[in-house]
Design a protein around this ligand. Structure first.
Ligand SMILES: CC(C)(COP(=O)(O)OP(=O)(O)OC[C@H]1O[C@@H](n2cnc3c(N)ncnc32)[C@H](O)[C@@H]1OP(=O)(O)O)[C@@H](O)C(=O)NCCC(=O)NCCS
Length: 206
């Protein structure tokens, strides 16, 4: 009984922590879905927008420092970063890079202010992965731990390394992908801060 009360309180605290972390998000447009989790010490900043879909999980020390549209059922491991490829101008002669024009400048907007990352549904970004702005990661893709992603990733492809290149496929055939998507679409998936044993993971019929 006492254990259950402790667990419920701890889960409530974790839910509250996520809300506080999302409230500290700094971007002119911040849109968040339901059933999100945000780990400790995140940095959530973008010059224009941060959008995160339902049932998505951000691990500890995640840095979002560029515009982004993140889908549903996405898993960010700890220390994943989405960063602006051209955040600081380094090509103007006579200006040290430290003082180069910055993508977040308000009075003189950077031509790269609208750049960002798009991550479709059901993507896993492994520990410490870095994704540069301009990249689109397709549905169901996996990014291996420690990768640097500088180009688009095709749906259901596994990429790894620096720069990240395809290292595998998540499913063997298009039929398997179609089956997976149908089961996800008709299934029920609910996260609980009480722990994995309390999650609802109920795929729909194939
Ligand atoms: C991407 C991943 C899922 C691939 O797992 P897998 O399907 O078992 O793949 P394999 O281990 O068979 O590796 C396939 C190839 O990719 C390479 N590879 C695997 N992980 C890699 C990485 N992080 N960076 C670069 N290459 C990698 C392997 O060396 C192998 O290449 P080879 O065939 O030339 O030897 C796994 O390596 C990974 O990075 N998982 C993320 C772990 C994580 O971040 N956990 C945090 C918890 S959220």
């Amino acid at each position: 009984m006492l254990r259950t009360i402790k667990q419920t309180l701890a889960a409530a605290m974790r839910r509250l922590a996520t809300r506080v972390r999302l409230a500290r998000c700094r971007a002119p447009v911040c849109r968040f879905g339901t059933d999100l989790h945000v780990g400790s010490r995140p940095r959530l900043w973008a010059p224009e927008r941060i959008e995160i879909g339902d049932h998505t999980y951000l691990g500890h020390e995640v840095s979002i420092e560029t515009n982004c549209r993140i889908g549903r059922h996405v898993l960010f491991a700890n220390r994943v970063a989405l960063v602006g490829r051209r955040d600081h101008d380094f090509r103007t002669p006579g200006v040290p890079v430290r003082f180069g024009h910055w993508v977040g400048a308000e009075r003189t907007p950077s031509p790269f202010r609208g750049d960002g990352v798009v991550i479709d549904d059901d993507v896993w970004l492994g520990y410490g992965a870095v994704v540069l702005s301009g990249v689109h990661i397709g549905r169901g893709a996996i990014v291996a731990a420690g990768s640097v992603v500088k180009g688009d990733v095709a749906p259901y492809t596994i990429v790894g390394g620096n720069p990240a290149v395809p290292i595998g496929l998540r499913f063997k055939t298009n039929e398997e992908i179609a089956r997976h998507e149908a089961m996800v679409a008709s299934g029920t998936f609910r996260f609980s801060e009480k722990g994995y044993d309390h999650w609802v993971v109920r795929p729909g019929p194939p």
